[in-house]
Structures are given as structure tokens and as C-alpha cells.
Design a protein around this ligand. Sequence first.
Ligand SMILES: NC(=O)c1ccc[n+]([C@@H]2O[C@H](COP(=O)([O-])OP(=O)(O)OC[C@H]3O[C@@H](n4cnc5c(N)ncnc54)[C@H](OP(=O)(O)O)[C@@H]3O)[C@@H](O)[C@H]2O)c1
Length: 314
Amino acid sequence: MKAFYQTSYKKADSVNYGELPDAVAGPNQLLVEVKFVSINPVDYKIRNGDLKFLVGSKFPKIVGSDFSGIVKETGPGVIGFKAGDRVYGVVPPFSGKPGSLAGMVSVNSKNARLIPEGISFEEAASLPVAALTALNGLRRCGVTAGSNLLINGATGGVGHFAVQIAKAVGAVVTATCSEANSELAKKLGADITIGYRKEDLAKSVNQFDMIFDAWGKMEHSDIRRLLKKGGTYASPLIMPTSFFSALFFRLAYGKKFTSSNMRSRPEDYAEIEKLFSERKLRPVIENRFPLEHADEAFDMTENGKPRGKVIVVV
Ligand SMILES: NC(=O)c1ccc[n+]([C@@H]2O[C@H](COP(=O)([O-])OP(=O)(O)OC[C@H]3O[C@@H](n4cnc5c(N)ncnc54)[C@H](OP(=O)(O)O)[C@@H]3O)[C@@H](O)[C@H]2O)c1
């Protein structure tokens, strides 16, 4: 099968496009002919070797988490899928299994889902990691109708879904973004936009019930000032702060820190699909690259300031 793969963690070796042995459907797995992949920061962090303590150094390595495609075969024990089904889902990035940047991927059926009517292959591939992380982040914050919420980094992969989901819930959303993206943040539904630079945040006199930091690395001094007492700050980083800082924030200021990883239970997917069917959620996709130039998709995600999701067309 054709594949985009790397043979070491050296940058020069991360640009290989060619033939690798076909994926096969093992027990409880689907063999999927991949149509689209969306790139997430975790993918370039793996490509760059930043997460080798989690994913190991076995090569050749095919990176890629989100995918959409068509089931070619089902392995023993698979229930609920058949050849020809349109599916989407995630190859868990730390599973050590070959990822989705290839003509075919084998994926455990519990990590795949039928694509509902009305969602295209490209849209489906854009959703799993970013939209499910946004959904969980807002849940961790306890967002409900009328919540006064700050979303930091509101026009990136996670942030642009978070704005739409929060508005669908009925929250009042203040979005931070770069000046160039203020218009987009408003189009996504943000009630107020402010710049994310320190000097712009300093001008904000409002305090918020909760902060979902889709960017993940907001400064403690800004969190302390902008979050109301009793409020929650959530970040999609695995360790948004040290245990001791979080404890200090809670005891000294009555403010809670929490990490909000992606959660992918069937009911989470169902919620995203429902919002999509109600036209309350749409991906922003402005950058597409063919599989043979997947390295450009990585570079765009890492350095190019993309808006919404970056897509690889397989
Ligand atoms: N734990 C999990 O399960 C999980 C899942 C998904 C993502 N994540 C993590 O969440 C983070 C965001 O992911 P993503 O897919 O949304 O990335 P992304 O698409 O690259 O978006 C990052 C966003 O942050 C904004 N930003 C850049 N500098 C900023 C600053 N100083 N202050 C505030 N915002 C700033 C960017 O705005 P501009 O482009 O306008 O500069 C952009 O909107 C990454 O670290 C990723 O690894 C974790």
C-alpha cells in the first residue's frame, strides 16, 4: 500500500512516501481504505520525536490519528460493520500501531464509527480528535446555558469546535485569537473577541465563570486575573500545570485547574454528530495536501498558523 512514513526521528527521514506492506484486519479490527486524514499537533509531536517515550522508536513508522474511509474487510469478531461501510475514527496515537497516513489502515472496531448521512468523508476526518477534545474540555469546565466562558486559542483545531459547541449549549463566549482571526471567531459564534497577546488580555476587565484554554499554555497570572473565584480552568495539555500549582490555585484562590483530554465514548461521538446534523457544528478547512506531501501538512500545522483543520487527501 502507499504510505507516508518515517524511518527515524531525524527531520530528513520523516519525508518518505512509497510502498509498505498492506495493512491486514486482525481480530476485532477493520481494514479501512483511507480517504482523508486530519493532522493534529500530537501527530507532528510524534513525527518530531517529542513523544518517543510514549510511542517508541520502531521504524518505519506511519503517523496519523484521525481518518475517514471505506471498510474493505472485517477481521474475526467484528460486529456492526461490513465491507463497503463509510467510517471514521481515530487510531489512538499512543497505541504503537501504524497510523492513518496510508492507503489502508487497520483499526480496532471500537475506534471506528459509521459516518452519518450528511457528513462528507473530509468533514468526518476533521472531527474526532479536535471536536471530541473540545467537547470534553467544555464539559470539564461545566459549561451550561448562560455560562460566561473564555475560550483561549479559539480559531485552531480544538478552539474552533469549542466555540461552536459552547454556543450550541447557550454559553456567552469570549474568544481570544490573533487579530487576523477575529472575524472568523465571530463567524463561528463568539460574542466578543480579544487578542491573545499579554497586552490585549491585560485590557480585559471581565472575569469569567470558566476558561477553556484550547491553546493550552495560558499564563498563571492571566488565569488568576481572568477566572472568577470558584471557576474552572481546563487545558487539553496532559499536564497543564504541576500538582502543587493546581493545589495552590485551589487553596489560595478557590480556582480549579483541570486537564481535558479527548474522550471518545460512543455517546461523545453521538453528541458531535447530533450537533452536526442540527447544523450547529462545521469544520473550518482551508488547507489540503496530497498524501505524498503530508510533510507540508505537518509543517503547516506546526508553524503555519492554520485556521481550523489541516487535511491530507489520500
Ligand atoms: N490531550 C488531548 O487529548 C489533546 C487533543 C487535542 C489537542 N491537544 C492539544 O491541544 C493544543 C491545541 O490543539 P489544536 O489542534 O487546537 O492546535 P492548533 O490547531 O495548532 O491551534 C492552536 C491555537 O492556539 C492559538 N495560539 C497560538 N499562540 C497562542 C497564544 N500565545 N495564546 C493563545 N492562543 C494561541 C492559535 O492561534 P493563531 O493560529 O491565530 O496564532 C491557534 O488558534 C495542542 O497542544 C494539542 O497537542 C490535546
